[in-house]
Design a protein around this ligand. Structure first.
Ligand code: 5GP
Length: 192
């Protein structure tokens, strides 16, 4: 999506360790108008699919998913919560997710009452890198018995394996910007 690529070129900061900082518009200060264009683009890409709910993960996915929902008939947005608690509650789906940026493991939960067997879901998130966050959400979807119609990502780092693996497993992954390479010294970002 050209608008997103242009904004990444303008405001994205390439950090050591393959981290792209986009907190000026995507995941700290939020450009709602850009979110809206992203939502419209996912609606186009997933056109014709039945979507009952959008699943995302806190924190950065929530705003993006809520704005996108308005392009899918304002379907409910469910976000997986990151929690310190290891409390084994039968009313929650629960999995572990390794964070690429923070290099730690989170417990992640979704209340069972918000994902019902047979519902059709798309998953939306800000970044796709190694695929750990997505794999955790997909495990929860599997356990819940929902149908995953697709995965909408704002920025995929195409030089990391997450996106390729998910596509090989048959998921429709729609990333609005795919970064092929980025250089922390020059700040250069090349898109696919
Ligand atoms: P994965 O689980 O696919 O390795 O990474 C996805 C999650 O890690 C995203 O939800 C995002 O929060 C974070 N993440 C991964 N790479 C980056 C990055 O380059 N920049 C930022 N800001 N977040 C990232």
């Amino acid at each position: 999506m050209k608008e997103l690529e242009d904004r990444i070129r303008k405001d994205g900061i390439v950090r050591e360790g393959n981290v792209l900082k986009v907190d000026n518009f995507l995941n700290h200060q939020c450009d709602v108008s850009l979110y809206d264009q992203m939502g419209a683009e996912w609606a186009r890409l997933f056109e014709g699919k039945r979507i009952d709910k959008i699943l995302t993960i806190e924190t950065s996915g929530i705003g993006i998913a809520c704005v996108a929902s308005q392009h899918f008939g304002s379907v409910p947005v469910v976000f997986a919560r990151k929690t310190e608690s290891t409390n084994l509650d039968g009313e929650q789906y629960r999995t572990e997710i390794r964070s690429f940026t923070k290099n730690r493991v989170y417990n992640v939960i979704v209340a069972k009452r918000f994902l019902n067997p047979g519902e059709h879901v798309i998953i939306i998130d800000d970044f796709l890198a190694m695929g750990c966050a997505l794999n955790g959400l997909l495990e929860i979807c599997d356990e819940a018995g929902v149908v995953v119609e697709g995965i909408g990502i704002a920025i995929e780092k195409g030089f990391q394996p997450g996106g390729k693996e998910l596509r090989e497993r048959g998921y429709q992954v729609e990333s609005l910007a795919i970064v092929d390479s980025m250089d922390p010294e020059t700040g250069d970002i090349v898109f696919a």
